[in-house]
Design a protein. Structure first.
Length: 210
C-alpha cells in the first residue's frame, strides 16, 4: 500500500484507529485490518517527537501535524501517532520527520497515557490516581485490575492519613472519582474501578478488625 493511500479516507477524513492493550511489560496493538502486533517494553528505547503524515483529502494533497511515539528494540520498532485528521495543516517549510506508513493511529487521550507510561519508565508508583485512571483505559483486563488495586491503595493512604482509619467513606469516593469518570467511557477502566472498590472494602474491614 502506498504512503498516500494509507491516509486516504472517504469524506469526512478520518483514518481508521488502532486498538492498544497495555501490559506491565508489553504493548499489544490491533491494527485496522485486525492483525495484532506484540511489542516487548522491557529494555526498549522510547522517543517522542512531532511529525507529519501525507494525506489526500477531496483530491487535495496536504501534510498534517501528528505527535509520534517510537518504541525501538534491537530488531523491532513500533511507531504510534495521534490522528492526522485532528492535526493542523503542516506547511512545507516546516521541517519535521514524516511518520512511517505502518504507524498505528490512536486517539490523543490513549496516546498521552501510553507516552507518559513508557517515557516515565513504566512505574505505577509514580502515577497519581488521575494518571492511573487514564492508564486503565488502555490496559489489558489483567493489568487494569492491578491498576485498580494500586489506585485503591493510594486513595486509602490519602484518606487515612488525613482523617484516621474509621472515617472518610465519602472522601474515598472523591479520591477515586477520576477512575469512576473514566469507567463511564471505558470498559477496561470499569474493570479497574471494580477491582479498586473490592480492594477498598477488604482493606477497610481488615483495618477495623485490627
Amino acid at each position: 500500500m502506498g504512503r498516500t493511500a494509507l491516509y486516504r479516507d472517504p469524506v469526512p477524513f478520518r483514518p481508521a484507529r488502532a486498538e492498544v492493550q497495555l501490559e506491565p511489560d508489553a504493548l499489544q496493538i490491533r491494527l485496522p485490518d485486525n492483525r495484532w502486533q506484540r511489542f516487548s517494553l522491557d529494555g526498549c528505547t522510547p522517543t517522542a517527537s512531532d511529525g507529519f503524515v501525507a494525506a489526500r483529502i477531496d483530491a487535495r494533497s496536504e501534510r498534517r501535524f501528528v505527535r509520534m511515539l517510537s518504541l525501538e528494540q534491537r530488531h523491532a520498532r513500533i511507531v504510534v501517532i495521534t490522528p492526522p485528521d485532528q492535526g493542523a495543516v503542516a506547511p512545507n517549510v516546516v521541517r519535521v520527520p514524516e511518520a512511517p506508513p505502518e504507524a498505528a493511529i490512536v486517539d490523543a487521550s490513549e496516546f498521552d497515557a501510553l507516552a507518559d507510561w513508557v517515557l516515565g519508565g513504566g512505574r505505577l508508583a509514580a502515577c497519581a490516581i488521575v494518571d492511573l485512571a487514564r492508564l486503565a483505559a488502555i490496559a489489558s483486563p489483567q493489568f487494569a485490575a492491578v491498576i485498580g488495586e494500586v489506585a485503591a491503595q493510594r486513595a486509602l493512604e490519602l484518606v487515612w492519613a488525613a482523617r484516621g482509619p474509621l472515617r472518610g467513606g465519602s472522601d474515598l469516593d472523591t479520591a477515586l472519582q477520576p477512575l469512576a469518570d473514566a469507567a463511564r467511557h471505558s470498559q477496561r477502566a470499569a474493570e479497574a474501578l471494580f477491582a479498586a472498590l473490592a480492594h477498598v472494602a477488604g482493606a477497610t474491614r481488615r483495618r477495623r478488625r485490627g
